[in-house]
Design a protein. Sequence first.
Length: 136
Amino acid sequence: MNAEEMQDRVFCAQQPKIEERPLLSQEMSELLEATFKDLANSTRLRLVHALIREPGMNVGDLAAALGMNITAISNHLRKLTDRGIVRPQRVGKQVNYSIVNPCTVSLLDHGLCLAEALLEVRPVMPDMGASVTRLG
């Protein structure tokens, strides 16, 4: 990714740079751990990515996009909503979902960057077996 592409990305501008923040408190590190645990699920990561790509999708649209049933998608959306990662919005009889905070976009973007870099170094991760293959 070149410098121009980096500037076009949405990042968490409302907070000081991480190097300038005080060391994480126990309380903040536990909150961060809980947030990472909530996101450490392949279905929820795919839901977040789908909503980044197409904000305002409803449960049926998300179920179709991920190839899953509506009940499973609803359960994952509830977890993401409870954590404050996504926000439901009623439009008539439908409920559409969107990402609450641009930091979520940045977090997924950086995580994907790390995962792709790992694939370049190690095409198949030993603990994942053959389920992880080279992208592209």
